[in-house]
Each structure stands twice: as C-alpha cells, then as structure tokens.
Design a protein around this ligand. Structure first.
Ligand code: NAP
Length: 387
C-alpha cells in the first residue's frame, strides 16, 4: 500500500496541534500527504497488559539527588513509562504505570514530557546491538524530548521551573545512555543537553528535532562544509537527511544540493530545497557525471559514496561499513547546537518534518516502533501527546 502511494501534496500545511499548550500560532511544518496514509495506522486496541509487578527504581542510575533541588508539589513519585527488561523485538516493550520518577542530579532538570520522537538508535539499542556499552536493563527508551521543566538541581543556572525546553537526553548516543529515557511522563536531563524550545513551534515539532538536527549539524561541520560547496545527501527523506538538506542550504550556504530517495519522495526532496532529486530505484548516483564536494551518507552506502566526490572531497557516513576517505562519527548531544539553530527555526528557514502517520499517541509506542523499523519513515516519528 505504502510502496504504491504517490506524493500528492508538497505544500507546507498547518497541522492540527490544538492540544498543544503552546499559545503561539504554529508555522507550517513540511507536510507530505499520501493517499490513504492516515488509514494505515487507524487506532486499534493495544494488546499490552496493564502494569503489573515490574517496578523500576531510578536510584540505580542517579547519583544522590540534590537536596537543594526545588520541587513542584505536583511531581508524583511514580509515572507511566515504556520499559523493556530484555533485548528483543517490539514485543519486549511494556507500558508500566509504577515507574519511579527519576531524581535530579545537581546539574540536571526534571522535565514533564510533552512529546518524544523515535530514532533508529532506539530500536537498534532495544535489539541489543549496543549491549556492551548500554546502561543496565530495564530501560526506558527514548532520546528526543520536549516538555516543561518542573524541578531543577542545585547547580542549574540557565533553566527554571516552567521553562519549555527540548533536547537529546543522552550525551553519548551509544556509550552509557541513561536508563531512563524520554518515552515516559518525566525524565532527568543535564541542562547542557537542552535548549529553550523555539517559541514558534509546538512540543511535537520540537521533539522532532534534537538528535537528528544535531547529527545533521555535527556531520556537516566535521566535513568542513561551507558556503559555495556542493553536497549529495544519501537518504534525503529520513529524519537526519531532511535536516541535512535544510541546514546545508539555510545555515551553511550550499551552492548545490542533490539527494536520493525512492520515486514517491522526489517532490518532497525538492520542497526541502534539493536541486537534483535522484530516484535510487532508477539511477545509481555514483554513475552520474556530476561529482560533489561532500557526500552525506545517511543510509550506509559509503563504498559507493566515495565514487561520487570530487578530488579532495569528503564523505561522512552515519551507519554501515566505512570506505576511505569516508569517515564515521557518533553524534554527541549538545544544547549549544540547538541554541545556535534556534534562530533558523524561529524564522522558519529550517522546519521540523513530522512523518504524516504521526504523531502517535503515547499508548501507540509499539506501533510507532514497528513503523520506524520499516525504514520508510519521512522525517521524524513523533510520540504526542504524553501521556
Ligand atoms: N552515527 C550517528 O550518530 C547517527 C545519528 C543518527 C542516525 N544514524 C543512523 O543513520 C541512519 C539514518 O537515520 P534516520 O533517522 O535518518 O533514518 P530514517 O528516518 O528511519 O530513514 C528512513 C528513510 O530511509 C529512506 N531510505 C531507505 N532506503 C534507502 C536507500 N537505499 N536510499 C535512500 N534512501 C533510503 C527511506 O526512503 P524511501 O522510502 O524513499 O526508501 C525513508 O524515508 C540510520 O541507520 C541511523 O541509525 C546515525
């Protein structure tokens, strides 16, 4: 059904985020409409049983909580959270209602979560691919968060209760990520990983940004990308690629942007600012006569990507085997990057992209995981509202 769908709307549209607490009128995010797409994930009963037994203690990960942390009386001791106690498929995910609300360390804030987003690292981590460097099970998954600060640690300087923030809560994506992630009602996060939520976007849109936009920015920086350079983005329609395209154009001043996607997503690529949209089902990008200063590989085709660069060009690879001169990096969460990008978001030059099947309500996190695991998502798979 999805494979035969055709992109019919490229025009940025207003989405109905009427449940958002934001008082601000929202800018139009990029919106893609596929015939019938909203019916694929029609609500149905979840087969998850209610929380029973598994109780997760936050004290196993947190250092002693700051006694000076200011507290909102409304923060309960327990919360709803998605939890897995063993690695595996989506069936290991359980919705629990008695998970301890994490304590805050001195440099952390407690966020009442409004929205979260999934990234491929969430399912790869859940599958146990990073078990050697992971935090101990059980795990509350989720990297991306947006929400409201409800408690601050004693050394927190920038944020106060009531502030609207967003960020990627795990400083190192693969190396000791927190046990208590963003698929929950509350999460504790170092203030340096957060930024004020841009005023013109709502919580769902803000959650669609952090890990992907920080990856996009860090990768471009690492290639030395600068004004006047050309770039080819492999997987331009996904969460990271859709932001690489926008940052390359609006923040770095790219002279020319090419990107790959399947047939139905080529017009979407053009709406993001792509000059040359390459249908990977019909053409091999490395066989084209045109070569690029940089190839940003967000799909795992580094061996082919190195054939598409000019002499002295760079290839940055997010996943898969690396072929020299290509290089790989793993994103570091950094609130300063978000703060740097906030003006571009607030001016509407860079826009969050939310997959049209979402946002998925908190009760449908299993469906959201199943969807992102198809490797067909456009932009970000967002979870909203929470709970
Ligand atoms: N190293 C890091 O720090 C880091 C950070 C973030 C992400 N990553 C990794 O980078 C990869 C991309 O992440 P993401 O969040 O952007 O993924 P994503 O949003 O899940 O990507 C989905 C998109 O991939 C496209 N796609 C699938 N096969 C393709 C192909 N052969 N050529 C071009 N596009 C193709 C699909 O478009 P079609 O339907 O048109 O095929 C779909 O729109 C993942 O492997 C992720 O784990 C690494």
């Amino acid at each position: 059904m999805y494979a035969t769908a055709t992109l019919t709307s490229l025009t940025p549209q207003f989405r109905d985020y009427s449940s958002s607490p934001s008082p601000h009128r929202l800018p139009p995010p990029f919106s893609v409409t596929f015939p019938g797409i909203h019916h694929i994930f029609s609500p149905h009963k979840l087969l998850l049983s209610p929380a029973r037994g598994l109780r997760v203690s936050a004290s196993s990960q947190a250092s002693p909580a700051s006694t000076e942390a200011s507290k909102l009386s409304t923060v309960p001791p327990e919360m709803k959270a998605w939890v897995y106690g063993e690695y595996g498929g989506v069936d290991v995910l359980k919705l629990e209602s008695n998970v301890s609300v994490p304590d805050v360390k001195d440099d952390q804030v407690l966020i009442k979560i409004a929205a979260a987003a999934l990234n491929p690292v969430d399912f790869k981590r859940r599958q146990g691919k990073f078990k050697n460097t992971d935090s101990p099970l059980p795990t509350v998954p989720g990297y991306d968060v947006s929400g409201v600060v409800v408690k601050v640690g004693s050394k927190v300087k920038e944020f106060k209760e009531g502030d609207e923030v967003y960020g990627d809560i795990h400083e190192k994506a693969l190396d000791g990520p927190k046990q208590f992630g963003s698929l929950a009602e509350y999460t504790a996060v170092e203030e340096k990983l957060l930024a004020p939520k841009p005023k013109n976007i709502d919580f769902a849109q803000a959650a669609a940004l952090p890990l992907a936009v920080e990856t996009a920015y860090e990768g471009l920086e690492k290639t030395g990308f600068s004004a006047g350079k050309s770039i080819l983005v492999l997987n331009g329609a996904g969460g990271v690629g859709s932001l690489v395209i926008q940052l390359a154009k609006e923040v770095f001043g790219a002279s020319r942007i090419a990107a790959t996607a399947s047939t139905g997503k080529l017009e979407f690529l053009k709406s993001l600012g792509v000059d040359l949209a390459i249908d990977y089902t019909k053409e091999n990008f490395e066989d084209l006569p045109e070569k690029f200063d940089v190839v940003y590989d967000a799909i795992g085709q580094c061996d082919r990507a190195v054939k598409a660069i000019k002499e002295g060009g760079s290839v940055v690879a997010l996943t898969g085997a690396v072929t020299p001169p290509g290089f790989r990096f793993v994103v570091t969460s950094n609130g300063e990057v978000l703060k740097k990008l906030n003006p571009y978001l607030e001016s509407g030059k860079v826009k969050p992209v939310i997959d049209p099947k979402g946002p998925f309500p908190f009760s449908q996190v299993v469906e959201a995981f199943s969807y992102i695991e198809t490797n067909r998502a456009v932009g970000k798979v967002v979870i909203h509202p929470i709970p």
